[in-house]
Design a protein around this ligand. Structure first.
Ligand code: ADE
Ligand code: ZN
Length: 332
């Protein structure tokens, strides 16, 4: 039995998964063929996504997304992604959804895409036993103006399914404060907030994100480790980190698994959770993440139970859904 198989059936809560970033390469190749889209060069000889570094990753990601051209494509994508996640024991997933990839940020178009994604999520819940919620996500490198539109679209479609607002993309472009307007609008619409920070930027980026965007969660946040006073603030305020160790190792945000700060952050009292980010891009799964945590940091059943409880507490879903999921975690 490979190490990750051991963890496959353990129920898991995942808070940080980009829907398009979870598209299996074969799925994207199939769409490219159907639609005669030329995306040559984004796959290696084994059929996996290939790129040189983070900036190139974002370009390959954009190229793959050009094959996703209508609501029906997102319906199929959502079903495929949730089936794969469920096969690794994920019972609840929060997925970043980008209206910029779904009709170019147009609200009417987005409503059609959202209806398709939500229908697929409902089908997946019945068929695979996985619950999904959506976090509408602005893309940093499209700039602050576009993020305001994304926030408006998010505010208009906030509800039981769209429960959060986030920020992803090229972290080092601009400053968190450039996105204050968008996050204020999303908060006023009742959305919960998270933003990628401290994946590439330093502790200052994490601190500014908390101050200027008033998020309850940070995507990655790992570079906070370089400022222990900030780590203590994260611990005291209960700010939750959506840590994606496999992504960090694959993209060289950290040198290797043993030097990843997840265990040090946790030992100092920070609420950490574990997710895959864009699993096929990093050749990972939730089972692999658990296997690596066990191997490199001796995480055991109690540690995984705590990770999942922390994630469920920090999840952007209603209390009833949390209760139902908590019962499933407890049974395991
Ligand atoms: N979009 C998809 N994956 C991302 C990551 N790891 N960081 C920032 N933006 C992203
Ligand atoms: Zn991410």
């Amino acid at each position: 039995m490979t190490a990750s198989l051991e963890f496959r059936d353990l129920p898991k809560i995942e808070l940080h998964l980009h829907l398009e970033g979870a598209a299996p390469p074969a799925f994207i190749r199939g769409l490219a063929r159907e639609k005669s889209v030329d995306i040559g060069g984004i796959f290696d000889e084994n059929g996996n996504y290939t790129y040189r570094d983070f900036d190139h990753f974002l370009k390959v990601y954009d190229a793959a997304c050009t094959t996703l051209q209508g609501p029906e494509d997102f319906h199929r994508l959502t079903l495929a992604v949730l089936e794969e996640s469920a096969s690794h024991g994920v019972i609840y997933t929060e997925s970043f959804l980008s209206p910029d990839f779904c009709g170019g940020g147009d609200l009417a178009a987005w409503r059609d895409y959202l209806a398709a994604i939500e229908a697929a999520a409902a089908e997946a819940e019945t068929r695979f036993g996985i619950t999904m919620r959506g976090i509408i996500t602005a893309i940093r490198h499209l700039g602050p103006d576009q993020s305001r539109n994304t926030a408006r679209v998010a505010a208009e479609t906030a509800g039981d399914f769209i429960t959060g607002f986030g920020l992803a993309g090229a972290e080092l472009m601009g400053r968190p404060g450039d996105y204050t307007y968008a996050f204020d609008a999303a908060r006023e619409a009742g959305l919960e907030l998270t933003a990628h920070a401290g994946e590439w930027g330093g502790p200052d980026m994490v601190a500014d994100t908390i101050r200027d965007l008033r998020v309850s969660r940070i995507g990655h946040g790992i570079n906070a480790i370089h400022d222990l006073a900030l780590v203590d603030v994260l611990a005291e305020t209960g700010t939750v980190l959506e840590v994606c160790p496999g992504s960090n190792v694959f993209l060289n945000a950290v040198k290797d698994w043993p030097s990843h700060p997840i265990a040090r952050l946790r030992d100092r009292g920070v609420k950490v959770t574990v997710s895959t980010d864009d699993p096929p891009y990093f050749l990972t799964t939730m089972s692999d993440e658990y296997a690596n945590l066990a191997r490199h940091f001796a995480f055991g059943p109690d540690d995984f139970a705590e990770l999942n409880r922390t994630a469920l507490d920090a999840a952007f879903c209603d209390a009833k859904t949390k209760e139902r999921l908590a019962a499933r975690l407890e049974k395991a």
